[in-house]
Design a protein around this ligand. Structure first.
Ligand code: NAP
Length: 248
C-alpha cells in the first residue's frame, strides 16, 4: 500500500459509500483526512469510525459543496487546522433520476450544482495549497454514465461528462506546478446509491458487465490511492474506469 504519512487529504462525500472508504483507506495509509459531507451527523460518524481505528487521523467538516462561499470558509478552516493540503478528492455526488419528459429544472440544477459546480468550488478553494504541495493531486469521481449516458439520467450524465472536461482542463492548467488531475469512472458500485435500484434493474446492469458482478467501494478506493501516490506522477488528465469491463 502507498504511504501517505503526514500527507493531508481532503475527501468530499466522505460520510458514506465510496468517500467513506476512501477516507478510511487514506487514514490507514498514514494520511490526515479532512472528511466533508453535507450533514454534520454523517461526516461526524465517519470521522468517529476512522479515528477509533486510526486515532486523530480525521476531522469532520460539514458543508454543501455547491455553496461556493461556504466551501471557501471551510477551506480556510481546513488549512488553519492542517497547515497544507496534498490531495483533493472530489467525490460528493447525488442523483435525481427521471426521464427527460418528467425531469424538473430543479432536478437538473441540484445534480449539476453538486456534482459539477461542487468540484469547481472545491478545486478553486484548494488549488493554491495543492500547487505548494510536493505532489499535488486532484481526483474527480466521475462515472461510466458520463462516458456512455443513460436513459433517465440526463442530468447525472451531463454532470459526470462535464467533470471529465473539467478534469482535463485543470490537468493542463496545473501541470506547470506538477499537480496532477485525473478522473475515476466507476461502473456500478454497491453503495446506498445503488441500493435503491430494484432487482430487475440490477439484473439488466449485470448483463452489461463482462465480469458479471457489481464493484465494491474498495475497487474504487484502490485506484484513488494509486492516482494520489507519488508513483502516479506521470499520469494526468486521464479518465480511468473501474467498471468490470463495462465500457471497454
Ligand atoms: P452515496 O453513498 O450516496 O454518498 C454520497 C456522499 O456525498 C455522502 O456523504 C453525502 O453527504 C455527500 N454529498 C452529497 N451531496 C453533497 C453536497 N452537496 N455537499 C457535500 N457533500 C455531499 O454515494 P456513493 O455511491 O458513495 O458515490 C460517491 C461518488 O461516486 C458520487 O460522485 C457518485 O456519483 C460516484 N459514483 C457512484 C457509483 C455507484 O455505483 N455507487 C458509480 C459511479 C460513480 P451526506 O452523507 O451528508 O448525505
Amino acid at each position: 500500500m502507498s504511504n501517505f504519512q503526514d500527507k493531508v487529504v481532503v475527501v468530499s462525500g466522505a460520510g458514506r459509500g465510496i468517500g467513506l472508504e476512501m477516507a478510511k483507506s487514506f487514514a490507514a495509509a498514514g494520511a490526515k483526512v479532512a472528511a466533508i459531507s453535507r450533514n454534520e451527523s454523517s461526516c461526524g460518524a465517519a470521522v468517529n469510525a476512522i479515528n477509533s481505528e486510526f486515532p486523530e487521523a480525521a476531522r469532520a467538516y460539514p458543508v454543501d459543496v455547491a455553496d461556493g462561499s461556504a466551501v471557501d470558509a471551510v477551506a480556510k478552516t481546513i488549512l488553519a487546522d492542517f497547515g497544507s493540503v496534498d490531495v483533493l478528492v472530489n467525490n460528493a455526488g447525488i442523483t435525481r433520476d427521471g426521464l427527460m419528459m418528467r425531469m424538473k429544472e430543479e432536478d437538473w440544477d441540484a445534480v449539476l450544482d453538486t456534482n459539477l459546480k461542487g468540484a469547481f468550488n472545491m478545486t478553486k478553494a484548494f488549488q493554491r495549497p495543492l500547487m505548494k504541495a510536493e505532489h499535488g493531486r486532484i481526483i474527480n469521481v466521475s462515472s461510466v454514465i458520463g462516458l456512455i449516458g443513460n436513459a433517465g439520467q440526463a442530468n447525472y450524465a451531463a454532470s459526470k461528462a462535464g467533470l471529465i472536461g473539467f478534469t482535463k482542463s485543470v490537468a493542463r492548467e496545473l501541470a506547470g506546478k506538477k499537480v496532477t488531475c485525473n478522473a475515476i469512472a466507476p461502473g456500478f458500485i454497491a453503495t446506498d446509491m445503488t441500493d435503491s435500484l430494484d432487482e430487475k434493474i440490477i439484473e439488466a446492469i449485470l448483463g452489461k458487465i463482462p465480469l458479471k458482478e457489481l464493484g465494491n467501494v474498495a475497487d474504487v478506493t484502490a485506484l484513488a490511492l494509486f492516482l494520489a501516490s507519488a508513483e502516479a506522477r506521470y499520469i494526468t488528465g486521464q479518465v480511468v474506469a473501474t467498471d468490470g469491463g463495462m465500457t471497454m
